[in-house]
Design a protein around this ligand. Sequence first.
Ligand SMILES: Cc1cc2nc3c(=O)[nH]c(=O)nc-3n(C[C@H](O)[C@H](O)[C@H](O)COP(=O)(O)OP(=O)(O)OC[C@H]3O[C@@H](n4cnc5c(N)ncnc54)[C@H](O)[C@@H]3O)c2cc1C
Ligand SMILES: *[C@@H]1O[C@H](CO)[C@@H](O)[C@H](O)[C@H]1NC(C)=O
Ligand SMILES: *[C@@H]1O[C@H](CO)[C@@H](O)[C@H](O)[C@H]1NC(C)=O
Ligand SMILES: *[C@@H]1O[C@H](CO)[C@@H](O)[C@H](O)[C@H]1NC(C)=O
Ligand SMILES: *[C@@H]1O[C@H](CO)[C@@H](O)[C@H](O)[C@H]1NC(C)=O
Ligand SMILES: *[C@@H]1O[C@H](CO)[C@@H](O)[C@H](O)[C@H]1NC(C)=O
Length: 584
Amino acid sequence: MLPLFLLLLSHSLPITTQSTPPTCKSHPSLPTWPSPALWSSLNTTLSGRLLSPTPPGAPCHPTHPTLYSPTLCPSLQTAWFTEAFHTSDPVSSYWNNFNNDSCLPDPRAPCTGAGYPVYVINATSVADVKAGVDFAREHGVRLIVKNSGHDFVGRSSAPGSLSIWVHHLRGVEEFKEGYTLQGERCKGKKVEGHAVRLGAGMQMVDVYRETGRMGRTVVGGNGRTVAMGGFITGGGHSILAARWGMAADRVVEVEVVTPDGVVRVVNECEGEELFWALRGGGGSTFGVLTSVTLLTIPSPAVTTLTFQFATTASNPSAFLAIAHFVSAFPALADAGVTGYPIIFNSVPSTSNPQRLVSGVIGILIMLDAPSPSTILSHVQPLFTHINITYPGQFEFYTDVTSHKDFAAWYEDNFDPSPVGYSSVMASRLLDKEALTGNVTVLKTALERFSAGGQATVYIVSGKGVFEAQPRGGGTAVHPAWRRTYVHATTSVSFPALDAKARDAAIKASNLYADGLRELAPGTGAYVNEASKYEPGNWQKTFWGDNYERLLKLKREVDPNDVFWCQPCVGNERWQEVGDMLCRV
Ligand SMILES: Cc1cc2nc3c(=O)[nH]c(=O)nc-3n(C[C@H](O)[C@H](O)[C@H](O)COP(=O)(O)OP(=O)(O)OC[C@H]3O[C@@H](n4cnc5c(N)ncnc54)[C@H](O)[C@@H]3O)c2cc1C
Ligand SMILES: *[C@@H]1O[C@H](CO)[C@@H](O)[C@H](O)[C@H]1NC(C)=O
Ligand SMILES: *[C@@H]1O[C@H](CO)[C@@H](O)[C@H](O)[C@H]1NC(C)=O
Ligand SMILES: *[C@@H]1O[C@H](CO)[C@@H](O)[C@H](O)[C@H]1NC(C)=O
Ligand SMILES: *[C@@H]1O[C@H](CO)[C@@H](O)[C@H](O)[C@H]1NC(C)=O
Ligand SMILES: *[C@@H]1O[C@H](CO)[C@@H](O)[C@H](O)[C@H]1NC(C)=O
């Protein structure tokens, strides 16, 4: 018989660590879920920054005991379709399906917190982030990272989880005359050029404004609220990339909290492998970025061609003309023309909704062009060709404008896409071979890809991406980016609370994309704007030959899978079972 005090002691010995690991991550319904006292002590560590989030649609639900408000509900219903609402909410994401429609601002829908994290750390410091990573690791709690909540593949939300909300990690620091790399092994090595350090929660609109004030700009995205955390870890495509490389190509240093809870500053001489992986290897996989230091670029003058050409949808030549136009994109990009063209396929004409039309609409730009007419001299021959080949069948619209710098251009041309509904995406990177190899095959593929109504064929890569010299010799973005000209996406939206409609949308988006997968079998897809349900070997699709190297690093820095998401590097050992995350 052991003395009583030894018996008591034996209960507190870490014997559980010797037994088989739990089969699921801690969940509020499991005995492994940390006690209220443990959560409370985490809150103390965080000086009270632990939130117990309320379901975002609650003000519209009479069933909600405290938040129901017939006066607030109508404004919430309007705000739901804005980026600002989801960005400033601790848990809401832009696409309802990624919160499992569990509390929409509609009194007829159910409202629970089931599709949202249980607790949120409103992080404003590196220490807050570290506390969250440590807690999740020590208690086996499912961990997510939310920044803006944009994510098209739903990586910034999960049920039954602890979320580190990095939106309030703000701040801009300017380095006017070069940047001295931190870390002993860097021995004060200096990177030439103008640089800025940005808090990981900084969003495009703020970054363009801040750098604009410095007379500079960054290789950035087109959405206003896209935040640095997700943007950089995905690689970051840009209308400026054909000249300057991708956003990740211009990063010189990253501060990150790794799964072991260590705060690291990584760059080309300190933590090189992690530095490589954090630039394109995907969000919330290797750690939480707290800041990113990157080289800015001189702000260019921008000439913009706003254009459209369209024909009756039943015209059998519609997609021949569209394919002719799209096949010219490599030549346009090589000549310095980039932009955001969108194919529309059998959509009602704005002037006459009875009439269905097909064509291409969008903007194309040139940087520092010698004159406003330069851009037309590149694009007009394509319209003329279509006009002559199919006389009288197409209508054309063109308008050229000029902006003195990129910040001014952006204020007029940011991506105003609506949010707040259910949607899935599919995408493909297209290289020169895919775009110019066989225009008949391209025609069929584009027609199929846009069958849902529209598809983007963004010209966001080119010479600058092909010839980029990222610090440390490379980044983890899919190697196919180095020969890609066009990033093509299509989305399928569907009604809420309808599992059949959701499954049909997933199926449809993948069927649409099959044509492009066949057209460009050797490329891949951009992980930030893609299908969460990409069929086949998605690891290869999103990272190509970089996958093995990324996986090896993931196992080293996160041996116990503190971070898990889909589609994310090294997630193969766990799967979602209902609202839990369990070992395979
Ligand atoms: C209107 C619109 C326009 C867009 N335009 C562009 C564009 O021009 N170019 C482009 O490349 N993309 C663009 N995107 C896509 C954008 O890159 C992705 O939505 C990206 O995931 C946004 O990152 P986020 O941090 O804002 O979003 P979140 O949804 O909050 O996060 C996305 C992913 O990154 C992770 N993450 C976020 N912050 C951190 C961090 N600090 N540390 C570790 N992981 C983190 C999250 O966990 C998640 O996995 C656009 C999206 C929209 C909706
Ligand atoms: C954390 O502490 C703050 C301040 O005491 C409190 O307002 C908040 O409700 C606490 N969070 C949780 C989840 O209990
Ligand atoms: C999160 O923290 C920021 C910065 O301190 C604060 O402005 C904001 O109100 C907090 N949000 C919530 C929901 O507590
Ligand atoms: C198309 O051809 C018609 C007839 O020749 C001409 O009037 C029109 O300007 C042309 N439009 C374009 C965009 O080339
Ligand atoms: C283009 O592809 C089609 C269909 O596969 C084929 O019939 C045609 O011969 C190809 N054209 C060229 C120029 O290779
Ligand atoms: C989503 O909600 C449905 C209906 O309430 C439920 O059956 C399903 O398990 C939920 N899915 C997840 C991933 O939580």
